[in-house]
Ligand binder design. Structure first.
Ligand code: ADP
Ligand code: 5GP
Length: 205
């Protein structure tokens, strides 16, 4: 599942809420060349890498997608996503709109969610609360103007007014997705094999 939103829209908050709500959700930790914010932890929030290391990862095909956001490089390691999928978990990718497009191309079954705060005033208030400097807020709003144009390409829109409600809505979207028959063909086949075996036993006497 890919979640995008303007900066301050609530991607991290919703992601944490999802992981608390249901252990099937797992955050696919991404790489960035930006500096660590206070309170962030290496390997939990991001893998903080140098521009040189990022270039090497990109060159060696280790990144599923990458993008430049606010002058910094960000990328999703292929390994993180594959490991989570192999464990039967639902990888949550909180990435920008360019990255979301790339992921959807590579994994067409990705469900994409665009998050929006209820209004602009709320977004600015939340960015201030997060401690962003005025010039950073302007930069983020300028990016938001471009990002919002891409919202129409997403599968779902969730309004992040009350956090717990937004988390429940995103969880419901994922909940329905995992029930799709195409993700459960092995269950259907297993039942079908049991039926075939029973028929064979009956025919055999
Ligand atoms: P993003 O990851 O999209 O940049 P964050 O998750 O960091 O956004 O949210 C920005 C700020 O707003 C954070 O301080 C976060 O705790 C707060 N926040 C997010 N969602 C809500 C909400 N529904 N109600 C109140 N505060 C929120
Ligand atoms: P921040 O620096 O505020 O954590 O993130 C800035 C932006 O980069 C956000 O829109 C975030 O979703 C996006 N981002 C974080 N990791 C990745 C990534 O691996 N790939 C892409 N394409 N965007 C990312």
């Amino acid at each position: 599942m890919v979640i995008s939103a303007p900066s301050g829209g609530g991607k991290s908050a919703v992601r944490s809420g999802l992981m608390k709500l249901d252990s099937r959700f797992a955050f696919s930790v991404t790489c960035t060349t930006r500096l660590k914010r206070s309170g962030e932890k290496e390997g939990r929030d991001y893998y903080f890498v140098s521009a040189r290391e990022f270039k090497r990862l990109k060159k060696n095909g280790r990144l599923l997608e990458w993008a430049v956001v606010h002058g910094n490089l960000y990328g999703t390691p292929v390994k993180s996503v594959r490991e989570l999928l192999a464990k039967g978990l639902i990888p949550i990718m909180t990435i920008d709109v360019k990255g979301a497009r790339s992921v959807k191309k590579i994994f067409p079954e990705t469900v994409s969610v665009f998050l929006l705060p209820p209004d602009l005033k709320t977004l600015v208030r939340r960015l201030k609360k997060r401690g962003e400097a005025p010039e950073n807020i302007e930069l983020r709003l300028a990016t938001a103007r471009k990002e919002i144009k891409e919202a129409g390409g997403y599968d779902y829109l969730v309004i992040n007014d009350k956090l717990s409600e937004a988390v429940k809505e995103v969880a419901a979207i994922a909940g329905l997705e995992v029930l799709k028959v195409r993700h459960n063909l092995e269950r259907v086949s297993a039942f079908s094999r049991q039926l075939a075996a029973k028929t064979a036993r009956q025919l055999g006497g």
